[in-house]
Design a binder for this molecule. Structure first.
Ligand code: TYM
Length: 330
């Protein structure tokens, strides 16, 4: 059975973008793949700020995974920092990654522009992500399109390593939603919807109240031409709402255009708000159950030995391949 793996950072309540880009895909494919989903808490150290309580956010994120339909019987759920082989392998991979390659990463360029006093971890972030993926012989990585470049560098590193030392890593593929969706900010639809946006009115968080969700969607930026038509370039706001509706209803962009061809923007927005509220209310009810139960610790305890064993075997193989550590013959 092929393997699927993805991770999300515990940097606050996740957004509708995270849900559509990553979690929903994991839920859709969990019957067909051996699936691993983890909390990328080490990655969240690259954007440390005082508001972040990583431990609390980690528990909350796992409760959200479960609430969104990630079945713990079909998915191996774990915390990245519980498995030290991620950072062990990352160092070795860093020594097989070029400075120039990392300098070209869009996320690094964007984030380092915002804060010139950035950490070395922000720069090497994609290599830790490559280690996350390559440790588990992952075939497919469901991510939003913003992370495609990072999965591609993981592929490049795997191919390069295999060529130099012999078959060691499975070369992963990126799994992007059918419509290639990147959910955009509701106020500034030329920017992706991001947990860390300054203006929270443009971002739908999975635990937002119904009235907040409705307010945010009803006041989303649109245009003056009153046509529900997908045109990312000229109608980014409406296109974004179409993407949200199409993803949550599991219908194509064309079907959304057809359904709303005679609607005004007010009616269309109300329909988008209805579907978002319906989906998130279900998630929130389940979240309240999971966050107050003791099942999260049980799941993590059950899984940690399994993931450490897989990762240790791969790490030992890598050490053999590059000829470091104690000789097996000793
Ligand atoms: P994070 O937490 O920033 O994002 C988690 C997932 O959500 C997707 N995403 C979006 N998708 C659509 N529209 C958006 N506006 C949007 N915003 C975020 C991201 O593409 C991502 O899939 N680096 C990863 C975490 C990670 C990881 C990994 C993922 C660490 N190691 C190994 C896969 C495999 C990240 O961006 O987290």
């Amino acid at each position: 059975m092929k393997r699927l793996l993805t991770g999300l950072q515990p940097t606050g309540v996740i957004t509708l973008g995270n849900y559509i880009g990553a979690i929903k895909q994991m839920v859709e494919y969990q019957n067909d793949y051996e699936s691993y989903i983890f909390v990328a808490d080490l990655h969240s150290l690259t954007v440390l700020n005082d508001e972040n309580n990583i431990k609390e956010n980690t528990k909350s994120l796992i409760a959200l995974y479960l609430a969104c339909g990630i079945d713990p019987k079909k998915n191996t759920i774990f915390i990245q920092s519980d498995n030290e082989y991620h950072t062990n392998l990352a160092w070795i991979l860093e020594c097989h990654t070029y400075f120039g390659e990392l300098s070209r990463m869009h996320q690094f360029k964007e984030k380092s522009k915002k804060n010139t006093n950035f950490s070395a971890g922000l720069f090497t972030y994609p290599v830790l992500m490559a280690a996350d993926i390559l440790l588990y012989d992952t075939d497919l990585v469901p991510v939003g399109i913003d992370q495609k470049q990072h999965v591609e560098i993981a592929r490049d590193i795997a191919i390069r390593f295999n060529k130099k030392y012999g078959e060691t890593f499975t070369v992963p593929d990126c799994l992007i939603t059918k419509s290639g969706t990147k959910i955009m900010d509701l106020v500034t639809p030329d920017k992706k919807m991001s947990k860390s946006a300054e203006n929270k009115r443009g971002v739908i968080y999975l635990l937002d109240s119904e009235s907040d969700i409705r307010k945010k969607i009803m006041s989303a930026t649109t245009d003056s031409d009153m046509l529900v038509k997908y045109d990312k370039e000229n109608k980014p706001g409406i296109s974004n709402l179409i993407s949200i509706y199409s993803s949550l209803k599991n219908v194509s962009i064309e079907e959304v255009e057809e359904e709303f061809k005679n609607s005004n923007y007010g009616n269309f927005k109300r329909a988008v708000a209805d579907i978002v509220v319906e989906e998130l209310t279900k998630i929130q009810e389940k979240y309240n159950y999971y966050i107050n139960s003791d099942c999260i610790d049980k799941i993590l305890d059950e899984n940690i030995d399994k993931v450490r064993k897989i990762a240790k075997d791969k790490y030992d193989l890598v050490k053999e391949r590059i000829s470091i550590g104690r000789s097996k013959k000793l």
